[in-house]
Design a protein around this ligand. Structure first.
Ligand code: SRM
Ligand code: SF4
Length: 567
């Protein structure tokens, strides 16, 4: 481990340069210098190793099989068909595990080796996509309600989110020098970092834009949320929410998931000022001694919500208006075709755990065919797009009506049509990456999800509940990358094959679940669910969701977020 603290590494990095160039050039190891392992995150990459073969390599006295994960910055998860084809080519050329859609509408490539890292970064940038600030103690990829062509307002919100994402990028040429061979000029390394300052933020920071009635970005899990309020189809402004976050550590009560609080309402042109005020307050007030307490949610709990709000208003230079009322119906995706306001059609496909490769079914090939088709048949005035959702699914957007059949046939012939028949439980489930690439995983998640769902479906069939839209989430550890604490049923990894069973979140992403059974194996999990499904089948009221039923009947005790809005 590096003897330098993350705070020291950030401050002495010459605006995120460190010795990355030297580390990358070192042919002796597949790894980076330890401090550079921290810095490369700000460039959108993580050093990892293949955990499936870690022990084997240790016994052979070899260094771990180091490889890099690269994450894109794609606000709202939008790419063109041309970009899709490039991402596909990059995945096929450099990455081991295909394309991976993340829970924040980005792409990840896994298994890129050090000597190919620069070529991969260059190829991503050549596709006009960057990876700057996709990771690190800065604002991350901005999540936005999917399907933005559904109404003009959706497009407006997406454009605001993309502008904000750009505005909040760190001010450094390091990215361009290291990856794109830009010449280093006088003054580089001392760029003015007006928003972040020399030490960047105390911890990662996340922003999400939701458009009621859908909460597909899980806005209450974001550090900063903007909830669009529409009046006669036009965005009148946004309710602002602050202090959401999922990460926790097993057995440490000082860490916990927290839902964001709604603190008021702003006009659309006040977004940048509010975002800067929240971020700079967190920059100055956040805990820089204890990283585990450094997220905004703890700053707010330590200082008090009202004090925090007043400081944000002071820095923004205006007061927030009373929040407007709004309602969410669910936090999942809507599958299948919908028609947008522009007359074009959008198809949401189910992608299991966001992984796209040609393993069991030719998904990568199928989407390649779809991208090629869209290039030929799309309307140039309203070009087709691929849009990732924050639930790891994929929208094929802006398809002319007379081409829907063509897309449907490609979907069917490449096994991409799960949305047509799968149970709601299967469609809505999400799982984080976990093993073999995640260095923090304690148990399987992505690789376990399909089998676990099959077993749960068997139980649901037994109780005639297959049609119930129960929201299931699996994370390989308590960091919560699949936002498990917002699952009606969630497994949070504890050890290989063992999980904490969490129950009782709401279907709208407005109530956290609670721990029901600790550190149990699959047989015990299924036995618990079997008993609870039996109770649910017999005792539910009309339309009652599973999570709500568990809370109403006292199986778990959990408090909903109060949407009684702060004046
Ligand atoms: Fe995450 C760390 C993957 C969304 C909370 N997350 C990691 C790392 C980088 C592991 C590490 O630090 O070494 C994982 C890399 C795994 C791999 O092999 O790819 C990882 N997180 C992911 C992704 C890919 C999960 C997925 O299956 O899609 C998501 C990428 C999002 C993106 O595109 O930016 C991802 N992570 C999330 C979310 C969900 C969200 O943002 O909506 C959360 C919970 C919300 C939150 O931030 O509170 C989340 N990830 C964490 C945490 C806990 C942070 C905390 O406050 O304690 C960690 C650990 C850390 O930061 O120390 C973490
Ligand atoms: Fe890794 Fe844990 Fe995040 Fe899953 S929840 S990707 S295991 S850090």
């Amino acid at each position: 481990m590096s003897t330098h603290s993350v705070e020291d590494i950030k401050k002495s990095s010459a605006r995120l340069r460190g010795t990355l160039l030297e580390s990358l050039a070192n042919p002796v190891t597949g790894a980076l210098d330890e401090d550079d392992q921290t810095l490369i995150k700000y460039h959108g990459s993580y050093q990892q190793d293949d955990r499936d073969i870690r022990e084997e390599r240790r016994q052979q006295k070899l260094e771990p099989a180091h490889a890099f994960m690269i994450r894109t910055r794609t606000p709202g998860g939008v790419v063109s068909p041309e970009q899709w084809l490039e991402l596909d080519r990059i995945a096929t050329t450099y990455a081991e595990r295909g394309l991976r859609i993340t829970t924040r509408q980005a792409f990840q490539f896994h298994g890129v080796i050090k000597r190919e890292l620069k070529a991969t970064m260059q190829a991503i940038n050549a596709a006009l996509i960057d990876t700057l600030a996709a990771c690190g103690d800065v604002n991350r990829n901005v999540a936005v309600a999917a399907n933005p062509h559904e109404s003009a307002a959706h497009g407006f919100v997406h454009a605001q989110a993309a502008t904000l994402s750009k505005h909040l990028l760190p001010n450094t040429r390091a990215y361009y020098e290291i990856w794109l061979d830009e010449e280093r000029v006088a003054g580089s390394g001392e760029e003015e970092e007006r928003i972040y300052g020399d030490a960047y933020l105390p911890r990662k920071f996340k922003i999400g834009f939701a458009i009621p009635p859908y909460n597909d970005v899980d806005v209450f899990a974001q550090d900063l949320g903007f909830i669009a309020i529409l009046e006669e189809g036009v965005v009148a402004g946004y309710n602002v929410s602050v202090g959401g976050g999922m990460g926790a550590t097993h057995g440490d009560p000082e860490t916990y998931p927290r839902l964001a609080d709604v603190i008021g309402f702003i006009a659309p042109d006040q977004i940048t000022a509010v975002a800067e005020a929240v971020i700079t307050t967190q920059r100055d007030w956040g805990n820089r001694i204890l990283r585990k307490r450094a997220r905004l949610k703890y700053t707010i709990d330590d200082r008090g919500l009202e004090t925090f709000k007043q400081e944000v208003e002071r820095r923004a230079g205006f007061r927030l208006s009373p929040a407007h009322s709004f309602d969410f119906v669910h936090n999942g995706d809507r599958f299948g075709w919908v028609q947008g306001h522009n007359g074009l059609w959008h198809l949401t496909l189910r992608i299991v755990a966001g992984r796209i490769w040609d393993r069991e079914k030719p998904h990568l090939s199928g989407l390649r065919e779809i991208a090629r088709t869209l290039l030929q048949v799309g309307d140039p005035q309203q070009p087709p797009e691929f849009r990732m959702t924050a639930n790891q699914n994929l929208v094929i957007a802006n398809v002319p009506a007379d081409q829907c059949w063509h897309i449907d046939s490609l979907v069917a012939s490449h096994g991409l049509g799960e949305h047509v028949q799968a149970s709601p439980v299967r469609l809505n489930a999400i799982a984080c990456v976990a093993l073999p690439t995640c260095g923090l995983a304690m148990a399987e998640a992505e690789r376990y999800l399909p089998d676990f769902l099959t077993r749960v479906e068997t139980l649901l069939d037994k109780h005639a509940l297959r049609d119930q839209p129960i929201n299931i989430r699996i994370s390989g550890c308590p960091n919560g990358c699949s936002r498990p604490y917002l699952g009606e049923i969630a497994l949070v990894g504890k050890a290989p094959g063992r999980y904490n069973l969490m129950l009782g979140a709401s279907h709208q992403g407005t109530r956290l679940n609670t721990l029901y059974r600790e550190n149990i194996d699959e047989a015990a999990i299924l036995a618990e669910l079997d008993a609870l499904f039996a109770q649910y089948a017999n005792g539910r009221t009309s339309g009652e969701h599973f999570g709500d039923f568990l809370v109403r009947t006292g199986v778990v005790i959990s408090k909903s977020l109060s949407l009684e809005l702060v004046a």
